[in-house]
Design a protein around this ligand. Sequence first.
Ligand code: BGC
Length: 255
Amino acid sequence: MTAGASDGEQRPHPVGVDFGGSGIKAALVDPDAGAFVGERHRIETPVPATPERVASVVRDLLDRLEEDSHAPVGVTVPAVVKNGIVGSAANIDRGWIGVDANTLFSEALDRPVVVTNDADAAGFAEVRFGAAAGQSGLVIVATLGTGIGTALVYDGVLVPNAELGHLEIDGHEAESRAANSVREREGLSFGEWGERLTRYFGELERLFSPDLFVIGGGVSKHASQFLHLIEVETPLEPATLLNRAGIVGAALLAC
Ligand code: BGC
């Protein structure tokens, strides 16, 4: 049990862990500030990134953090996660499908762990502390990386597992045309990529009438080079928590 603030003891800082394609990152988080407490630790993602190997890396990461063994832990997985069960594997090892990830990580870390979709965690953090802080109505956060992750947050409430990167547009899955990995692989200029992003965000706008789009993922640090090329009516903001978003969101959702 974590100590409550009311009994005068300090609550342990929650731990956030973000499982990405190239690295698995972890840090202690201050849930009132949405910031890291101390250093972020990173270990290369194992290849293949099977559930057991990822769980073992997460255990090693927690050994490196000076955390309280009662601290809540949240872990992201880049897949559908419903009640802790992984339901898809678009960009991860197929062995994840059907895995009870809450149990996998809880056993590896010897305490309850809350597992969340990576974009949901990042989106939730952006709405609480980042680019969409204070925004009412519908915020769609889209992370442009290996795939396209999306989070729907309405008046601060997360609607999990939106998976709008898999929307079929013009006969293609959106992420197979507009993810940042596709820009890199096909050597697209920002102008060419901007046209694909306009098509994608235009479709999201048509279907959802959001109040704000937030663009995340590693490429969002270059937002000044491409955000203005996305021609939609809805305001667009670059993510501000950058590579902290997944960790912060995972930790917040575990509290
Ligand atoms: C997955 C999502 C994930 C996104 C970003 C997609 O391919 O289906 O679950 O959030 O990639 O990692």
